[in-house]
Write a protein that binds this ligand. Structure first.
Ligand code: GTP
Ligand code: MG
Length: 656
């Protein structure tokens, strides 16, 4: 039988650990051989950290009572022998609930009070303020206590209509969407705005994050969920009832949260849940199957999806089957096929992305080390030449030679200061890049949008203003790309000059491609447009809503710009550290040469001995090269599709 989600996730986790270990072995070894520069060391460490703690989010989105929480129970928590996430008829999950693992905290449930909505801070900012959350610790050995505590995510409070209006739950213009009102006129709203569950479940420990969401309206206006959280999930599971198919409110949710043709968006799945309600004793198995297939095809058509992305199942029977260990029922529930698909697509994509990052990293480390070794090898060869030319020469000649090397070294020292001039130009341009990607710049580019959003009343033409704001931001990214190219040109020119003058093997790496960040902005723009295109356009009348929308936007733009900045910083560091390391090597070589000549001067017999020593060093260097190829190829083993790394790349450069 094909592996279920848990097994696939475990395997993926084991692979990540294995790869991070191999990378660690490689960098430790390079460090010991003095072949590791600071910048590549830093970027490799980041990759190692990412491999160790990579987060993968699956979001469950649907209208209320479609079985989101039940499906989460069935896939992830059947091992507890009971329901852990509350799942029952009617509205149950009242606030977005994230399940994950953070080793620095005890098992707990943390809840952000709904009143936090009165403040402008974005959810991302609230996450950084743990004291504002209510924490309830969990007893993992007691499934009952666990399930009882989880009930908190369904808690509601009763408030006045005015309060509900301010919190974004009550809209006079859309009465049919308003929450329940009790006999006293009080409005029922969620007690919590967001819940974070921290448990050491094996899958969560491996980096899985599960997002359970409430149905339509229970969220009220929480733009961040739609704009920031769901679009960042690696997989989104949209759930429908197999008996009803796509209803009007399902379609609203689909359009508002999920529709997006963006290929960079995570994998989408549609689940037709509750197929057990179609299991009726008056129909044959074939008739039921035909009915289910018809519903799947119909759904795929309505939602404009490939048929393979729609899966019919029964979450409830799947959970029951797992708890009882009933294999027949489990197969009947079709839960296993969903788990396989989820694992295959989501983890498969994740893994290829990481494999590509490992391949690129290994290639860079290899090229850097090879370059340094080439320089070492050449110096050894020169030394041998120099020493051989001393054979049979008298003291005076040897002394002369020593003076010459010392003079050469002094000239080199003087040259070094001119080399450093390039660095100040480089740094100046880099400061321009930092400025362009800083907070003040974001604020400036979004000023027209902020002003338009803060205008009172109906916001005509807001879409154009949005588009203008995003155009500005994209222009910033393009400007930064141009600055990077300029830095690259300056470095290439001065590196070429240094190579010609001092025989260095410097090569300025290509600057990081900024297109990815431009695309991120476009995706962000699309999610805002989509969100506003829906029922939310009218909400723009409310200043708090606009403020929140703007805040959520700025937070995300900042994270895109910061990511760009990080890439640029690493690239720039890797260029300067190359220069540093070759300077260092060269100075060391001078010292060795002076030292060798001095020793020969002291004892004439030392010459052959010294030449032999150098030969030994050359042999050692060859062994180091072999070991490097070996360690790098170990990073490629499980990756048969990636192009095989050319282990001679560095040497070819040297020969040229
Ligand atoms: N018959 C049947 N009932 C199911 C199935 N899956 C879920 N249910 C039931 O449907 C009801 C709603 O399920 P939930 O998991 O709470 O639904 P939800 O989508 O999380 O709903 P909200 O939290 O309110 O947004 C519960 O009573 C479940 O037991 C299924 O496959 N078959
Ligand atoms: Mg629920």
């Amino acid at each position: 039988m094909a592996a279920g989600f848990s097994e696939q996730f475990d395997r993926h986790g084991a692979w990540r650990r294995e790869m991070s270990l191999r990378l660690q072995v490689l960098t430790d070894w390079l460090h010991k051989q003095e072949l590791l520069n600071d910048a590549p060391a830093e970027s490799t460490q980041r990759l190692i950290d990412q491999l160790r703690s990579d987060k993968v989010m699956v979001a469950f989105v649907a209208e209320f009572s479609r079985g989101k929480s039940e499906l989460i129970n069935a896939v992830f928590f059947a091992g507890y022998g009971r329901r852990i996430m509350p799942a029952r008829a009617g509205r149950t999950t009242m606030c977005p609930t994230e399940l994950g693992y953070d080793a620095s905290l005890p098992p707990c449930l943390r809840l952000l009070p709904i009143e936090s909505r009165l403040k402008p801070q974005a959810l991302l900012e609230w996450r950084l303020a743990p004291e504002k959350w209510t924490r309830v610790d969990l007893d993992m050995s007691d499934p009952q206590q666990l399930a009882e505590t989880m009930e908190k995510v369904s808690e509601v409070i009763y408030i006045s209509k005015d309060e509900a209006r301010v919190l974004g739950f009550w809209h006079d213009d859309r009465p049919d969407n308003n929450p329940r009102v009790d006999a006293t006129g009080a409005v029922e709203v969620p007690r919590w705005r967001h819940a974070l569950i921290n448990i050491a479940h094996p899958l969560l420990r491996e980096g899985l994050v599960v997002l359970d969401t409430p149905g339509l309206n229970a969220i009220g206006t929480e733009p961040e969920l739609t704009i920031n959280l769901i679009p960042q999930a690696q997989a989104v599971v949209f759930i429908l009832g197999a008996d009803t198919g796509v209803t009007k409110s399902d379609l609203t949710i689909w359009r508002e949260h999920l529709i997006s043709s963006d290929e960079s968006a995570g994998t989408r799945f549609v689940v037709l849940n509750k197929i057990d309600t179609l299991w009726d004793e008056m129909s044959t198995a074939e008739q039921i199957q035909a009915q289910i297939e018809h519903q799947c095809a119909d759904t795929a058509h309505t939602l404009d999806l490939p048929a393979g992305q729609v899966i019919a199942l029964s979450a409830q029977k799947g959970l029951l089957a797992k708890v009882r260990g009933d294999d027949n029922l489990l197969q009947q529930s079709c839960l296993p096929s969903f788990e396989q698909l989820l694992g295959r697509q989501m983890l498969g994509e994740r893994q290829s992305m990481l494999e590509e990052a490992i391949r690129a990293c290994a290639e860079r480390l290899h090229a850097d080390a090879a370059r340094t070794m080439d320089a070492r090898q050449r110096e050894l060869a020169e030394q041998t030449q120099e020493l051989k030319s001393l054979r049979g020469k008298n003291h005076a000649v040897i002394h002369q030679m020593q003076l010459r090397v010392e003079q050469e070294k002094n000239e080199f020292d003087r040259g070094v200061s001119s080399m450093l001039a390039v660095r100040s130009i480089h740094m100046k341009r880099l400061r321009d890049v930092f400025k362009a990607l800083g907070s003040a710049s974001i604020k400036k580019e979004l000023t027209p949008l902020a002003l338009a959003l803060r205008e009172p009343g109906v916001k005509l033409g807001i879409k154009q203003t949005y588009a203008g704001g995003f155009d500005n931001l994209r222009a910033v990214i393009r400007r930064v790309q141009a600055l990077n190219d300029e830095i690259h040109a300056i470095l290439t020119q001065s590196f070429d000059q240094l190579n010609a003058e001092y025989g260095f093997l410097l090569q300025a790496a290509r600057p990081p491609n900024m297109v990815r960040f431009e695309n991120d902005l476009t995706m962000l723009e699309r999610s805002h447009m989509q969100y506003l295109g829906m029922r939310n356009m009218l909400q723009l009348i409310r200043p708090e809503f606009c403020e929140k929308l703007l805040r959520a936007l700025v937070v995300r733009v900042r994270s895109v710009f910061e990511a760009a900045l990080n890439d640029i910083e690493l690239w720039s560091k890797s260029c300067s550290s190359q220069l540093d390391s070759q300077l260092r090597e060269r100075l060391r070589a001078y010292e060795r040469r002076v030292d060798a000549i001095q020793r020969i001067e002291g004892a004439a017999g030392g010459l052959s001995q010294r030449i032999r020593e150098i030969e030994e060093q050359e042999n050692e260097l060859a062994a180091v090269r072999l070991r490097l190829d070996e360690l790098v190829s170990e990073l490629q083993v499980s990756n048969a599709t990636a192009p095989v790394l050319s282990s001679t790349a560095g040497r070819q450069t040297a020969a040229a």
